[in-house]
Design a protein around this ligand. Structure first.
Ligand code: ZN
Length: 294
């Protein structure tokens, strides 16, 4: 909608992200009593300093700062995050391979799918790949170890069970699958999908995944021009028990449907590289907020 009003923001937000995350870390640490639990259910986000208050902080641009981006160095230094860019560029050419079913704990699902695309031909796999790299960049700048579930945008798969295993094997502190929806053309908006309870599978991750979902939902709503999905009755927070990527996860995990590729207004944002920077800022901030809670 009013995208032009916010296009000046991304670089500034990117520059201040580390500092924002650090501020969250400090306030979260101070707020939590030693060894204490913060109680049941989701907790509100720790207060974040207003962007204006951060204008004096150091520029993380091309100044060659030796410490920038070093894994383990920064407010997210001990954290491991898995980013799962949905689908893959070679899936459409490999139907036998991706249609093969894999067990997902409470049933069977196709190994992977082709994904959606905009009317202009911008494919979901390309979008998820590009956005995932931007999120990775931001989290690594804050010291996190970030693993992606695929190495490029030209391959096939991996299957959804393997994607979940990558987060499990890494014992990730958080995992995020990035998608964009193929919803009704008239509907727009984003939604975050969290795992519902499946006996013997997801009990351990339902609660932390809900907190993760709410952290990403809040920052995404605030920092992008995308409203919550108006074609779903869940205010942008959906609970599902039929997604293998969630039922097979043993670490806190959510899916983000970043917008509706089939809606012209949403598609214009998804196709806009400057908007993608803005979306990556929001996602990284949501993840950082969640990671600082522990
Ligand atoms: Zn998808």
């Amino acid at each position: 909608m009013s995208n032009s009003q916010t296009l000046g923001l991304p670089s500034r937000i990117a520059r201040t992200l580390s500092v924002t995350a650090l501020a969250v870390f400090l306030s979260a640490s101070c707020a939590k009593p030693p060894g204490g639990e913060s109680g049941d259910g989701p907790t509100p986000a720790p207060p974040l300093p207003a962007p204006e208050d951060q204008g004096h902080t150091q520029d993380e641009g091309d100044d060659g700062s030796p410490e920038e981006g070093a894994p383990g160095d920064g407010p997210l230094g001990s954290r491991v995050v898995v980013i799962d860019p949905g689908h893959n560029g070679g899936n459409a050419q490999a139907p036998e391979e991706i249609n093969e079913t894999v067990p997902v704990g409470n049933g069977e699902k196709a190994c992977d799918t082709v994904g959606s695309e905009t009317a202009g031909g911008y494919a979901e796999h390309e979008f998820t790949w590009e956005l995932s790299l931007l999120v990775q960049e931001r989290l690594e700048a804050d010291g996190a170890t970030v693993l992606l579930t695929r190495k490029d945008d030209d391959g096939v798969g991996p299957c959804i069970d393997e994607r979940a295993d990558i987060g499990n094997d890494a014992d990730a502190d958080a995992a995020l699958s990035i998608h964009a929806d193929g919803g009704p053309e008239s509907g727009r908006g984003f939604h975050v999908i969290m795992p519902g309870e499946v006996a013997g599978l997801t009990e351990e991750i339902v609660e932390p995944s809900q907190v993760l979902a709410e952290d990403i939902h809040r920052e995404y709503l605030e920092m992008t021009d995308v409203p919550v999905a108006d074609y779903l009755a869940d205010d942008g927070l959906d609970e599902r028990t039929d997604l293998g990527g969630l039922t097979l996860s043993t670490v806190p995990k959510v899916f983000l449907e970043a917008a509706n590729m089939r809606n012209p207004e949403d598609a214009a944002l998804l196709e806009n590289p400057e908007w993608r920077e803005q979306a990556a800022d929001a996602i990284a901030k949501g993840l950082a907020t969640y990671l600082m809670r522990e």
